[in-house]
Design a protein. Structure first.
Length: 63
């Protein structure tokens, strides 16, 4: 899969498992798979696959 623009191999099979594997627990994150944002409430049931393009974003303050 491509994760934030870099090829990565992971063991996770869902968004929730991916976030745990990457130690992205707590805090505020947004996840998009193939340009579609996945609501946090659907992370457990949303699969991730080898060919997916995944972006994990955190909000930033500024102007």
């Amino acid at each position: 899969m491509t994760l934030n623009g870099e090829q990565r191999e992971v063991n996770a099979t869902s968004v929730a498992a991916l976030m745990s594997e990457l130690d992205c627990t707590g805090g505020h994150y947004a996840v998009a798979i193939n340009y579609d944002v996945v609501p946090r409430g659907k992370w457990d049931e949303t699969p991730v696959s080898a060919g997916d393009e995944i972006e994990i974003l955190t909000p930033r303050q500024g102007g």
